[in-house]
Design a protein around this ligand. Structure first.
Ligand SMILES: *Cc1c(COP(=O)(O)O)cnc(C)c1O
Length: 377
C-alpha cells in the first residue's frame, strides 16, 4: 500500500484522533448530549478566533460563510470596498456583485499585498461605505495582507471590516477583537484539520446592527436565526453533527497546545520552506508578502507546472497544489498549516527535487533537503 502525503492548502491532513472522532456513532442534535459538545465548541471557538463575539457554525464550505457575510450586510446599491488581489478576493467581488453592491474595487496586483493607505483614502472621501471586504491569506498567491493595519483604519468609521480567514484561522495569528475585525469568516478543512463541511462566521456588535438593518432576503444563511439559536445552545437547522463532534476534539487539542505554539511552528515551517526553495534557485511568488500558511513558488522557465504537480501526486504520492486561474501551470503551492509537520515537508522537498531533476531543471541536487533539514534542526 502506497503512503500518501497531503500538503495542499486545503484540505489538509486529518490527525488520527479526528478520524477516530469521525467514526463515532451519530447522535441527535437536539439532545443534552449534543448541547454539551456545542457549548464546549462555542467556548473554544472564541479562543481560536481570539474574540468575545458570537461565532456561528454553518453547514457549508468556507464560501457559504463568505456568502452569509455578504447576504447579511449588503442591501442592493450599498457601497462596499472590495480588496481583490487573487482568486479569493475575486470571490468577494463576485458575491458583492450578485447581492447588488455598488462596489469600490481595489484591485491589487497578484503576488502583492494591499496598501492600507488606499483604503484609508477611500473611507476618508466616502462616508457611505458600509463594509470593507478583505482576504487575510490569499491562498491563490500565497500573500498575507496586513489586517491589523486595516482594522485600525476601519475601526473609527461607519464601515465594518469583513475578513476571509479561511486559510489563516488557526494557522497564522489573527486577532479578531485585538485588530477590530467585525466579521471573520473561516472553514473547517484548512488550519482546523477537519474535512470540509463547516463554515464559521464571527459577528461583532457593530456588524450585527447592519445584519438587523439589511434588506436582502435571506433564509438558510440568515444570521438572525443563528444568533437566536446560539443563545439557546442550538442551531437553526440540522448541523453537520459528525464534523462538529470532531471539531470539539480539534479545539481542545489546539487550546492545549496553545495558538502561540501552533503559529510559531507554522512560521518555522514556512521560513524553512522558503529558504529551501531559494536554495534550489526557485522564486517565491509572493516575495516579502509571503504568508506562513502556505508557500507559492514560481514554476521555473521551461517546466510544465501542471505535470510537475501531477507527477508528484500520482507517481510519488505527494500532494501539493498547482496554480489557479491565471496562475495555472505557473506556480505550485505547499501548505504549512494544520497537521503538517517537519517530516512531511522534508519528504515533499525531496520529491520536488527528484521530479524537477527528471523534468530537466538544473540545480544542485540535495540542496533543498539539506537547507530545510538544517533550518528545522
Ligand atoms: C479555501 C479558501 C476559500 C474557499 O473555501 P471553500 O471551503 O472551498 O468554499 C476561500 N477563501 C480562501 C482564502 C481560501 O483559502
Amino acid at each position: 500500500m502506497k503512503k500518501n502525503y497531503l500538503l495542499t492548502p486545503g484540505p489538509t491532513p486529518l490527525p488520527p484522533y479526528v478520524c477516530k472522532a469521525l467514526a463515532k456513532k451519530i447522535i441527535h442534535h437536539r439532545t443534552p448530549q449534543f448541547q454539551v459538545v456545542l457549548k464546549e465548541v462555542e467556548e473554544n471557538l472564541k479562543y481560536v478566533f481570539q474574540t468575545k463575539n458570537d461565532v456561528y457554525i454553518l453547514a457549508s464550505s468556507g464560501t457559504g460563510a463568505m456568502e452569509a457575510a455578504v447576504a447579511n450586510i449588503i442591501s442592493a446599491n450599498d457601497r462596499a470596498i472590495v480588496i481583490d488581489g487573487g482568486k479569493f478576493g475575486e470571490r468577494w467581488t463576485e458575491l458583492n456583485k450578485v447581492y447588488g453592491a455598488n462596489i469600490e474595487l481595489v484591485k491589487v496586483e497578484w503576488g502583492k499585498s494591499v496598501d492600507p493607505k488606499i483604503i484609508k483614502d477611500i473611507l476618508d472621501k466616502d462616508k457611505n461605505i458600509k463594509a470593507v471586504f478583505a482576504t487575510h491569506c490569499e491562498t491563490s498567491t500565497g500573500v498575507s495582507n496586513d489586517i491589523e493595519a486595516l482594522g485600525k483604519i476601519v475601526k473609527d468609521t461607519n464601515a465594518i471590516l469583513v475578513v476571509d480567514a479561511i486559510s489563516s484561522l488557526g494557522a497564522i495569528d489573527i486577532k479578531t477583537d485585538g485588530w477590530s475585525i467585525d466579521m471573520v469568516v473561516s472553514g473547517s478543512q484548512k488550519g482546523l484539520m477537519l474535512p470540509p463541511g463547516l463554515g464559521f462566521i464571527s459577528v461583532s456588535p457593530k456588524a450585527y446592527k447592519l445584519v438587523e438593518l439589511c434588506k436582502t432576503p435571506r433564509y438558510y444563511f440568515d444570521l438572525r436565526l443563528s444568533k437566536k439559536a446560539l443563545a439557546a445552545t442550538d442551531t437553526p437547522f440540522t448541523p453537520a453533527i459528525g464534523i462538529i463532534i470532531a471539531l470539539d476534539e480539534v479545539l481542545k487539542d489546539m487550546r492545549q497546545e496553545t495558538l502561540e505554539v501552533i503559529f510559531a511552528r507554522n512560521k518555522k515551517l514556512a521560513q524553512s520552506t522558503r529558504q529551501a526553495m531559494i536554495s534550489l534557485g526557485l522564486e517565491l511568488y509572493a516575495g516579502k508578502d509571503s504568508s506562513d500558511s502556505l508557500t507559492a513558488v514560481r514554476v521555473p522557465e521551461g517546466i510544465d507546472g501542471e505535470k510537475l504537480v501531477k507527477t508528484m501526486r500520482d507517481e510519488y504520492g505527494v500532494g501539493i497544489a498547482g496554480g489557479q486561474s491565471q496562475l495555472k501551470g505557473k506556480v505550485f503551492r505547499i501548505a504549512h498549516m494544520g497537521f503538517i509537520r517537519e517530516k512531511d515537508l522534508i519528504v515533499c522537498i525531496e520529491t520536488l527535487e527528484e521530479v524537477l531533476s527528471k523534468m530537466g531543471y538544473k540545480f544542485e541536487k540535495g540542496k533543498g533537503v539539506k537547507t530545510i533539514e538544517k533550518l528545522l534542526g
